[in-house]
Design a protein around this ligand. Structure first.
Ligand code: TXA
Ligand code: MG
Length: 330
């Protein structure tokens, strides 16, 4: 056990002393959790194998799951890329700082442990000033996965980080709840066609519009498993969680007191249901609140979480992806 300190900081005008303290922890090979616009990340010096090893240990994360490297700006990203495709430049200009991670060939300076042995690296410039100033202050790129225990729900508040990783990391910079709420879109730019490896806030349709080319999805044959960590149970609450696609199917589960019903992206009138109903009407609200709702179900000791899924449409792709990983079909 190590003592985990929590420092409150303003997300837009972070206190210099707090940043200096956090940067010192990073330079000493330690772990600092900080907010990005998506979820809290667990940061370490991406150029130091010993520091990055501690991320995997603190999370209980399998070594086969590569980490995203966070940089302060496009120039810093280019310095870590062995090749910088035109599509990377285009997306960086259009979408950074922002919730999209670009997978490109990596330089030697990034140790193999960061990328799970892949010859590519996922790079992203996070939006909040606190995140970018921390990177600048530390003077190194930050490897940072979501700051939760492996397979648990990603953290959107500092309290979530402390609940999962308290006693395992040196510092949490608490700058309040994250704005977007679900993890970045991961786009592979190493092949002939850009591919979405993990759906996220920037939709595939939007990426295609920005790049003016077709954008695929899922892993390809051009390399090893291109989206390791994207299978199996993930983002899961502890409460038994079931998903259904229609009101009729929801009724068949016979919601009762003690269950939490989560209605995502539907206006539909529900039949009379006992117990709390949480509605997430649009994709932005759903992203922002989803993980807190999942964690709340655990906290209040809900019997079951019953999810009425949003429509199978592009705007909901990322939310559907996370909900599918968090639940089993009911
Ligand atoms: O929004 C986010 O992306 C957050 C914040 C903290 O930036 N980070 C995050 O990291 O969600 P993590 O480690 O929980 O998820 C990283 C995902 C994994 O699915 C991993 O497989 C994929 O990115 N990834 C990272 N590097 C990759 C690479 N070189 N090739 C393919 N996939 C990669
Ligand atoms: Mg994660």
């Amino acid at each position: 056990m190590i003592a985990t300190r929590v420092l409150a900081v303003d997300p837009d005008r972070p206190d210099r002393r707090a940043l200096a303290e956090a940067a010192a922890v990073i330079r000493a090979g330690g772990l600092v959790a900080f907010a990005t616009e998506t979820v809290y990340g667990l940061g370490a010096d991406a150029t130091r194998e010993d520091a990055v090893r501690r991320i995997f240990a603190a999370k209980g994360r399998p070594a086969s799951n590569p980490l995203i490297v966070h940089v302060a700006d496009v120039d810093m990203a280019r310095g870590l890329a062995a090749r910088w495709p035109a599509a990377a430049q285009r997306l960086a200009e259009a979408a950074w700082p922002g919730p999209v991670t670009l997978v490109v060939p990596k330089v030697e300076r990034i140790p193999a442990i960061v990328t799970a042995g892949l010859d590519t690296v996922g790079l992203r410039v996070p939006a909040p000033a606190v995140a970018r100033r921390l990177i600048e202050e530390a003077g190194v790129p930050l490897a940072a996965p979501s700051a939760n225990r492996s397979e648990h729900v990603s953290p959107t508040r500092a309290e979530h980080v402390v609940a999962d990783l308290g006693g395992r990391i040196e510092l949490v910079l608490d700058s309040g709840p994250t704005a977007v709420g679900i993890e970045s879109t991961v786009v592979d730019l190493c092949g002939d066609e850009p591919r979405v490896l993990r759906p996220g806030p920037l939709t595939r349709q939007r990426l295609a519009a920005l790049l003016q080319v077709a954008v695929g999805e899922g892993a390809t044959a051009h390399g090893p498993a291109r989206s390791p960590g994207q299978h199996g149970r993930h983002y899961a609450p502890r409460v038994p969680a079931l998903r259904v696609e229609s009101l009729q199917a929801l009724a068949r589960l016979r919601p009762e007191a003690g269950d939490v019903v989560l209605v995502v992206g539907r206006e539909a009138d529900l039949p009379a249901i006992e117990g709390p109903v949480v509605r997430l009407p649009d994709p932005e609200t759903a992203a922002q609140r989803l993980y807190a709702v999942l964690r709340d179900c655990d906290e209040r000791g809900a019997r079951r979480l019953l999810v009425l899924m949003p429509p199978d449409e592009g705007a909901w792709a990322a939310i559907r992806d996370r909900l599918c990983r968090a639940t089993t079909a009911g």
